[in-house]
Ligand binder design. Sequence first.
Ligand code: FES
Ligand SMILES: [Fe+2]
Length: 400
Amino acid sequence: MKSAGNAPLMETANLPARRRGWTLDAEFYTSGAVYRADLEAVFFRHWIYAGHLSQLPENGCYFLVELGGESVIVARARDGEVRAFANVCRHRGSRICAEASGKTGAFVCPYHGWTYETDGRLRAARGMPAGFDRARHSLKAARCEIFHGMIFINLGANAPDLQKEFAALDESFRIYDLAAAKVAWRETYSVAANWKLAVENFMECYHCAPAHAEYAKCHALTSSADCAELRPAMLAEAKKLGYQTRTVGGAPPQKNAPPHYYARHPLYAPFQTGSEDGRAVAPLLGAVPDYGGGVADVQLGPVSFGLFYADYAVLYRFTPRGVQQTDLEVVWLVSAAAEAGRDYDPERLTWLWRATSEADKKIVAENQKGVNSRFYEPGPLSEEEEFVDDFLRWYLAEIS
Ligand code: FES
Ligand SMILES: [Fe+2]
């Protein structure tokens, strides 16, 4: 897909400089020009989590991903290949698919009926003049790649190799075998805030004690004395069980490098997983041999995150819908063989991260209201917000 060029980046040339260790000026969260620059520099250039392979169980299955003003169709074509296309008709540009997901033998534009194969090729177009070449009017393709069962898309013209980008995470992910998992539940939270406020909130746990009692009850907060005390024994146990115990990545401030991260954090005994009562909520994932008292915290690119417990994984994706509107999609993955009702209760499975996401949705919207105030000015970050600082440095390099 073609990018709209670098005009939005030029519009942002005179933005105020940021003091290291401080939050951004309000313009970064309120300006349409910055928003357009963000779309180009972050969302149309980097790999973005689109969905999980289990959402496309058969040929002809598809789902839509909304990104900024763009709509992308991700489909398993007749040949079984997973592909992504712009949801834009090659006739006069109508949206083709309106349903968020489904199964079809062909994509038929509702406007004049141009019909596309599930691999994007134009199959039929009525009444076109002699010499019309169907082969030149396929749907515009986006890059689409799969990493451990997770489908990523990239709308940029020069997408880097995804497998290389995430290679450092490969070993840490293997034990969870997420390719053999399935989506058990999905929720989309519509957050009334700029996407950066939502991501910043996700990148720090300074707010966890005051805002997330449910989370703080089972997770030893990263900066706490408890965490320091529990970590060595948790890591020793995790190592014995075959989990990757080395921390990988972090949010690198270098331009063009995708943030990626893997680290293990301790849970309080007797919590086996992230659940209300601490007991398991689903059968163990993939090749996971036992609980081990920890949780993996991961980041895959700028706006996709995950928490991997022994029995389920939760994936987070932030996608912008407007300057002050962001979709937070949360996906719960369990072992593909697990059956709802028999092996897991969706209510128990999703309890912790529904409660946490609801709270975050409110916190972040309140943050945006304050940033919109004439009284807002950048504030100093705490030591527990170092990942926010890293993220902001990376982000500013990307849009500069
Ligand atoms: S715009 Fe799609 S068929 Fe005319
Ligand atoms: Fe939070």
